[in-house]
Design a protein around this ligand. Structure first.
Ligand SMILES: [Zn+2]
Length: 140
């Protein structure tokens, strides 16, 4: 089974190689979350416990990856593409302190476009094919 440390190393690799121009101006965490059928990952703001920190409006960013992806039977590119999807949201200013570029995170294929421009076209295609052919029959 994959660990949160493994997941962190994937985030580090993908961020450095493909998103190096995107300034990470707050802390970005990643962890495996609950097992889910319909959501591969998500990105959210995490607010600090201190009152003053909250008043200042500072927050960390947390990427949560489907708990099923701990299973090594899930191809690494499926996990990588999911991380890249969430980092695209970060780059667009969603759940991130960066300026928000669009009104809606997904409308108009914004994430797909971002991923294509960053060299994820083939990986995205492979992920799509895998989701179509294998994910539905996956039982954990
Ligand atoms: Zn999304």
């Amino acid at each position: 089974m994959r660990s949160d440390d493994w997941l962190e190393s994937r985030l580090e690799y993908i961020y450095k190689r493909y998103f190096g121009d995107v300034e990470a101006i707050n802390a970005i965490y990643i962890e495996f979350g609950r097992k889910a059928r319909n959501q591969l990952g998500c990105i959210k703001k995490v607010f600090p416990k201190g009152v003053i920190d909250r008043i200042k409006g500072e927050f960390d960013t947390k990427i949560v990856i489907n708990g099923f992806f701990r299973d090594e039977a899930i191809p690494e590119y499926v996990v990588d593409a999911t991380i890249a999807h969430e980092l695209s949201h970060y780059a667009h200013g969603f759940s991130s302190p960066l300026p928000q570029k669009y009104r809606h995170p997904h409308k108009g294929g914004k994430v797909r476009h971002e991923m294509h421009s960053r060299g994820f076209k083939d990986m995205l295609k492979k992920q799509k094919r895998w989701l179509k052919e294998e994910w539905r029959g996956y039982s954990g």
